[in-house]
Design a protein around this ligand. Structure first.
Ligand code: FES
Length: 357
C-alpha cells in the first residue's frame, strides 16, 4: 500500500521518566478504523525538523482494547526526532502519523491458556507493554513473565504501571527488574541482561522453556542478541521468538561490496511495481527498489531505510531480488516472498514487486 500519513492532534503528553514521554494522539471518528492496531505494533511519525523531513517509528504502548493511540518516545543523545519531541512538541500540535503496522505480535484468544515471556531493555518496553496489557486483559488464563533491564530505578519507563499490573494480576504477571547501575540484594538482578543473565533468568525463573508459547524481545542490540542466543541454544524454535529491532548494525564489508556489485549490475534495469492497485514500469535508478520507486514518483512507504521496521515491505511476484539487512521480516514472510524494498536490489530484468500483497 502507498504510504498514508494523517495529521493527528497531540491530545496529551505524559512524562514517563526524565528522558521519556508518552504521546497520545486524538483520532477523529472517521479515522478510527484506519488506526485500529494489534498489540506490539508501531506508528511512523513524520515531521519537518530544521527544514528536513524526518521519519521515525515508535511503538504503541497501549492495548488495542483501551482505545488510545499512544506511543512512548525516549530522548536519545543526538536523536533528531526524539529531541524534537522532548523539546518542541506541545499538546495541540499536529503530527503526520502513518497507520499502525508491524509484526511484533501474536494472535490473542480469550479461550487460550498460554505462557508468554518478554525480555525488554530501556524503551524496548513500549511494544512489550502493549503485549502484556493485551495478554492479561484478553486471555484470563494466560501468564506473562517480564525480564526488564534498565540503568537504574529512575530510568524505568512504566515503573508504576508495571507495579500496578503486578498487583492486579497477581499470579499471572511476574516482573523482574535488572539494573546495571544500581545494586540490590539479589545478585541475579544486578547488571545487564547479558547472555549469562539471560541464561540464569531462563533457568531459574522460567524453567520449562517448552511450556512457553511465545517469547518477545525488544531492547538494545546486545541484549536482544543475548536473549535470542540463549533461547536458540535451548532449542526454542524461531517461530516462537518475536524480536523487534529499531536500529540495525552496520553491514559487513563483504556484504556491502556484494550489494554494491549487484546495484551496479541492476542500474538501468526496468522493474515492475504494483502500488495501490496500479502496476508501473520503473527504472532501477537508485541504490534500492524503494528509492527507485520514489524517484519515479511513486509514494512507496518507508520509515527507517535500515531494514528494521518493515514499513517498505513488498512481495516479489516475479523474478529474483537480493536483500541486504532483513531484520524486519520473519522467516515465514521471507519464505512467502516478502522483501524489504529499502534493502533490495533486483537480479535480472524480469523483477516484479507488489506493495499491496
Ligand atoms: S524502511 Fe524500514 S525496513 Fe525498509
Amino acid at each position: 500500500m502507498a504510504e498514508h500519513f494523517y495529521p493527528l492532534r497531540v491530545a496529551e503528553i505524559l512524562p514517563e521518566t526524565e528522558e521519556a514521554n508518552s504521546i497520545r494522539f486524538a483520532v477523529p471518528g472517521d479515522l478510527t478504523e484506519a488506526f485500529q492496531f494489534r498489540a506490539g505494533q508501531h506508528l511512523t511519525l513524520r515531521a519537518t525538523i530544521d527544514g528536513e523531513e524526518v521519519r521515525r517509528n515508535y511503538s504503541l504502548c497501549t492495548a488495542p482494547a483501551e482505545g488510545e493511540l499512544k506511543v512512548t518516545v525516549k530522548r536519545i543523545a543526538g536523536g533528531v526526532f526524539s529531541n524534537w519531541v522532548a523539546d518542541s512538541l506541545k499538546v495541540g500540535d499536529m503530527v503526520d502519523v502513518m497507520t499502525p503496522h508491524g509484526s511484533f505480535t501474536t494472535p490473542f484468544d480469550p479461550a487460550a491458556m498460554r505462557r508468554y515471556v518478554g525480555f525488554a531493555g530501556g524503551s524496548g518496553i513500549t511494544p512489550v507493554m502493549s503485549l502484556i496489557r493485551t495478554a492479561l486483559t484478553t486471555e484470563p488464563e494466560s501468564r506473562f513473565t517480564l525480564f526488564y533491564g534498565n540503568r537504574d530505578a529512575s530510568s524505568i519507563i512504566f515503573l508504576e504501571a508495571l507495579a500496578a499490573l503486578k498487583d492486579r494480576y497477581l499470579g499471572r504477571f511476574e516482573l523482574y527488574h535488572f539494573l546495571s547501575h544500581e545494586e540490590g540484594d539479589v545478585e541475579l538482578f544486578n547488571g545487564m541482561l547479558d547472555r549469562e543473565t539471560c541464561d540464569a533468568a531462563i533457568a531459574h525463573l522460567v524453567g520449562d522453556v517448552e511450556a512457553v508459547d511465545a517469547w518477545f524481545i525488544c531492547g538494545p542490540g546486545p541484549m536482544m542478541d543475548a536473549a535470542e542466543a540463549a533461547l536458540l541454544e535451548r532449542d526454542v524454535t524461531r517461530d516462537k521468538i518475536h524480536i523487534e529491532r529499531f536500529t540495525a548494525g552496520r553491514p559487513s564489508a563483504a556484504l556491502a561490496a556484494q550489494m554494491a556489485a549487484l546495484q551496479q549490475e541492476a542500474a538501468g534495469q526496468t522493474l515492475s511495481i504494483t502500488l495501490d492497485g496500479r502496476t508501473r514500469k520503473v527504472e532501477f535508478s537508485a541504490d534500492n527498489i524503494l528509492d527507485s520507486a520514489r524517484e519515479s514518483g511513486l509514494s512507496a512507504p518507508f520509515a527507517c531505510k535500515a531494514g528494521v521496521c518493515a514499513t517498505c515491505r513488498a512481495k516479489v511476484v516475479h523474478g529474483k531480488v537480493e536483500m541486504a539487512a532483513r531484520y524486519g521480516l520473519t522467516d515465514e514472510e521471507i519464505a512467502a516472498g516478502y522483501v524489504l524494498t529499502c534493502q533490495s536490489v533486483p537480479v535480472g530484468s524480469d523483477v516484479a514487486v507488489d506493495y499491496d500483497a
